[in-house]
Design a protein around this ligand. Sequence first.
Ligand code: ZN
Length: 351
Amino acid sequence: MRFKARYVLAGELEVVENGVVEVDDSGVVVGVGKYTGGVAADLGNVVLMPQLVNAHVHVLDAAIIDRDDLYIDDLVGWPHGVKYHVVKGLVRRGRHVPLLKKVAQRMRSYGVGCAVIYAEYAARDVEEVFRQYGIEAVVFQEAHGDFPNYPNVQVASPLDHPVEYLKELRRRYRLVSTHVSETSDCHEGGDLELALKALDADVLVHLVHVTEEEIAQIPPHKAVVVNPRANAYFVGRIAPVHKLLHLKPLLGTDNVFMNEPDPWAEMKFLHAYSSAAGWALGEREILSMATVWAWEKLRCSPPIEPGKPLRGLAVAAPYTGNKVLKFLVKRTSHRDVIAFIEGGRLLQAWH
Ligand SMILES: [Zn+2]
């Protein structure tokens, strides 16, 4: 099967004009390049690009949608925050699955192909529901001083637990993650050192308050995730993304109750903020944060290149000009997502 498109974002988001992608019978890409003739399904005036990644999202807290009337710790802090009280009750009554379906369906409609999800409870249900809606989910079950029966775990903050417990989590689980230095309190408490030395976390989320010396201590293979809108709302300051670029940071939308889990919106906010802050992030970097860097770090949403399964998005390109990446980051919204290309199949998007 071959798909032809006005633009293809191949590999590390190289723009191929009048591009073609060929897949074999198992849906794996066997060729990407310029179209030079032959039979191909013409996707038309679109950008064929990798599906988006939402690299940090709490999906169950949709149960407290738009609660923003308390200090961050009183809302989402473990164990007494409102979030834990409400979500725990929801899961106990078995009412979380219908809610998860609504969130998953909406995230899929934004063009999300892979999500890295924090589950306060019920990680298996989260994984299963998201898969039903076409989203691969790397789910982390929150550990509350116990040892959950799930391969990946997270702690809300390493400061909440004894060092020996953090080390034991590292020993027992496949992937480990935690929030780090979202607030100045956590930073002063030394949460980065605990996250790196005791928990040895694979995925570090936030890093709003970090010094250059601390950034230099983060090993390059770690996955680092930033959440610009959530940081703006909760703590009034954004992680220094321009100083994290060598770590290939990923982009998340954080709490669903606070932000719509839409990577297009997150990219636009980061683009505008970085301009205001004088960071001058490039569009290629911002789009990489929501696509190909997540493959490199977590095998989340493959790039379009030979040997990888094709999981593409066809995005409308009505008046793109020659700055395709800028168009995608600054102008595109989920309404421009026309279709999902899964291997040799084309699935119409819905809105
Ligand atoms: Zn979070």
